[in-house]
Write a protein that binds this ligand. Structure first.
Ligand code: PMP
Ligand code: GLU
Length: 394
């Protein structure tokens, strides 16, 4: 009998976290690694949020919170959904979790039965596929390319639907492509779903505020999609709070209740100090954190300009999040410094070893022709990293 379950043995290690760990390890050996692998703002959590957490400690918030989150936090989330997305939810439709990642794991756990298919437009965020598989679901990848700005078309969606399709999971702004679906594009996808009333949508909007074109659109805004969309969001990205671990969903009551039940057996709810701090974060206008978004935009333009100068890098223009996802298949089959590059993983490893720059292979996101570069790093780091990559490839 195996010590470990088939479940964990069949699970891939999170490539983003693995690359971050590898970069840390190499740094520990004295190597000057520039980390462009992890999607994590390099800003500190704003002081007004930190102050709220300190206040919560002093106010003795030290007991279990309600499993699905403090009432005041749910109210702040409801206010946020109304203010930023024009979505109306009631408290029984909100569940606060230990990060959006746990929100996603809850959804999978409460909705997927063995053999249910989950459509994942590629590239998708690294953990979607394994969370689905962990719950005995079948990820159905829909390949997209730069030609459609890495967005799934209505025709592709239609073609991917089978009698076993349970859900579609996607992020907009997208990690890793930075693509942002417009309201019209979402409506066109919703039109396809009109014919398939039993298919649900997980709309991961965690990069909502990191949007360079303005105008974030939510799938749940359409009346015919509201009940069958689970809107996932969190504070990790826009508020530079990755380590605080707070995410949340707005969903139909039935789904929210099920997620609450799941958490009740697994975590007992999210960290109470972090929850108190997030009440303050969400009650503020998003303009309070715009200085970070403005800086990300400067960096996006910077990195696109620099990459443009390297032979064999093809990119879309990311309209949100803080990643570029260049197609580097130009290098496949080539031998550089005695190392043959056959795929994106080889390429990412080559860059790590020869340029000391950590990126993530596109294979982890369902696209083996690309790598993901996070530009949540200083302008100096970005300039130095791309210079090194260029040298290593020349
Ligand atoms: N969804 C997407 C698209 C992400 O990039 C991330 C990044 N961590 C998450 C969900 C999970 O975020 P967290 O668990 O930190 O809230
Ligand atoms: N979402 C980030 C990323 O894609 C953080 C890492 C993770 O949660 O896997 O890099």
């Amino acid at each position: 009998m195996n010590l470990l379950s088939d479940r964990i043995l069949n699970m891939a290690t999170s490539a983003t976290l693995a690359m971050a760990a590898k970069a840390r390890e190499l740094r520990g050996e004295g190597k000057d690694i520039i980390g462009l692998s992890l999607g994590e703002p390099d800003f500190n959590t704003p002081d007004f949020i930190k102050d709220a957490a300190i206040q919560a400690i002093n106010d003795n918030y030290n007991s279990y919170s309600p499993v699905d989150g403090y009432g005041e936090l749910k109210e702040a989330i409801i206010t946020k959904f109304k203010r930023d997305n024009n979505l109306a939810y009631t408290p029984s439709q909100i569940v606060v979790s230990t990060g959006a990642k746990q929100s996603l794991a809850n959804i999978a756990g409460v909705m997927i039965n063995k053999g249910d298919e989950v459509i994942l437009p590629c590239p998708y965020w690294v953990s979607y596929s394994d969370i689905v598989k962990l719950n005995d679901g079948i990820p159905v990848e829909v390949k997209t390319s730069i030609a459609t700005d890495f967005k799934m078309t209505p025709e592709q969606l239609e073609a991917a639907i089978t009698p076993n399709t349970k859900m579609i999971w996607f992020s907009s702004p997208c990690n890793p492509s930075g693509s942002v679906y417009s309201k019209e594009e979402l409506r066109a996808l919703a039109d396809v779903l009109q014919k398939h009333p039993n298919i649900y949508v997980v709309s991961d909007e965690i990069y909502e505020h990191i949007n360079y074109i303005g105008g974030h659109a939510s799938m749940a805004q359409f009346d015919d999609m509201y009940d069958r969309t689970i809107t996932v969001n969190g504070v990790s990205k826009a508020f530079a709070m990755t380590g605080w671990r707070i995410g949340y969903i707005g969903a139909s009551e039935k789904i929210a209740r099920a997620c609450n039940k799941m958490q009740g057996q697994i975590t007992s709810g999210a960290n109470c100090i972090a929850q108190r701090a997030v009440i303050t974060a969400l009650n503020e206008s998003p303009s309070r954190v715009k200085y970070m978004i403005d800086e990300f935009k400067v960096r996006r333009d910077l990195i696109l300009g620099l990459l443009n100068d390297i032979e064999g890098f093809k990119t879309n223009i990311p309209e949100g999040a803080f990643y570029v996802f260049p197609n580097i298949s130009h290098y496949f089959g080539k031998t550089l410094r005695g190392k043959t590059i056959n795929n994106a993983s080889d390429f990412s490893l080559y860059i790590l070893e020869e340029a000391n720059v950590a990126t993530v292979t596109g294979e982890a996101f369902g696209n083996p022709d690309c790598i993901r570069i996070s530009y949540a790093a200083s302008q100096e780091q970005i300039i130095e990293a791309i210079k090194r990559i260029k040298e290593a490839l020349s």
